[in-house]
Design a protein around this ligand. Structure first.
Ligand code: SAM
Length: 251
């Protein structure tokens, strides 16, 4: 069973959104498991202190390496290297669907949610933590990022999504953003559903969706589009071509 272990100063935040809808049902039925651990239980002294002032001065507080080590070791003792130890951090590698899929296919993850100015660098190195970022913005703590990561992984576990929902035809799965979606009513405020989507011609629908996915990716995510073109998947380039586009050439 895929297992998420979360280390946090705010255990009451969990399961939160992970406990509702399809993920919540899957949690109840044992398709995945969640255990949440209070870092403060390993704090120092009668006040259970978990942080201290930054070495070298500056604002805020830093989470102590010794406290973090005790919290991490209490979970991972005797477990072996089967689950990666992740530290949610804006300095980490941005989370992408490819890494989510790898994590979902593994045994689970241990997630450390930092607070304040973050975690003492020495524990990150000493426990070989993988730093993961949700994006180029700063949250107040790692909990929401951990929830997002867990949600992204759990929905890929076989049996979690309903039969009607597929995780294979989505944004990023083919290196593209997803094509636009429509549903009834046929006309909304004067705009019709594109005729091809109600034509019943499945080949034409597939061509339209691929072209739209490519157009959206080209317009909105030139970074993804460049990778996609390099992999030779674009309808505009032959599959065998791996040449870089000329500088200043088409986007
Ligand atoms: C206020 S932030 C600390 C920011 C840190 N001083 C910096 O500038 O990089 C507190 C904690 O929230 C979490 N966090 C904030 N932004 C994040 C992001 N984009 N992705 C993942 N975790 C984040 C991390 O655990 C971080 O240590």
């Amino acid at each position: 069973m895929w297992r998420a272990s979360v280390l946090t100063l705010f255990p009451e935040m969990f399961p939160g959104p992970l406990g509702v809808s399809l993920l919540g049902k899957a949690l109840e039925s044992g398709l995945w498991s969640l255990d949440v651990h209070d870092i403060r239980a390993h704090g120092i002294g009668k006040h259970r202190t978990v942080d201290d002032t930054p070495a070298g001065g500056g604002p805020g507080m830093v989470m102590r390496a010794d406290v973090a080590a005790a919290a991490i070791d209490a979970i991972s003792a005797g477990e072996g290297p089967s689950r990666p130890l992740l530290c949610l951090s804006p300095r980490g590698a941005p989370l992408v669907q490819e890494r989510v899929r790898e994590l979902a296919e593994g045994a689970g993850a241990i997630l450390f949610c930092a607070r304040f100015e973050g975690l003492d660098e020495r524990i990150i190195k000493a426990r070989r933590m993988e730093e993961v970022s949700l994006g180029d913005f700063v949250l107040a703590g790692g909990e929401v990022a951990a929830m997002a990561l867990i949600e992204a992984c759990v929905r890929l576990i076989p049996g979690v999504l309903g039969a009607d929902e597929s995780a294979t035809e989505e944004s990023f799965e083919q290196g593209l953003l997803e094509y636009p979606q429509f549903t009834r009513p046929q006309a909304f405020e004067g705009t019709e559903i594109p005729p091809v989507l109600v034509s019943g011609d499945h080949a034409a629908i597939a061509r339209w969706r691929k072209a739209e996915a490519e157009r959206l990716t080209r317009e909105r995510r030139p970074d993804l589009w460049t990778l996609y073109e390099r992999r030779g998947l674009s309808a505009r380039r032959p599959a065998s071509s791996t040449k870089e586009p000329p500088a200043g050439g088409k986007k």
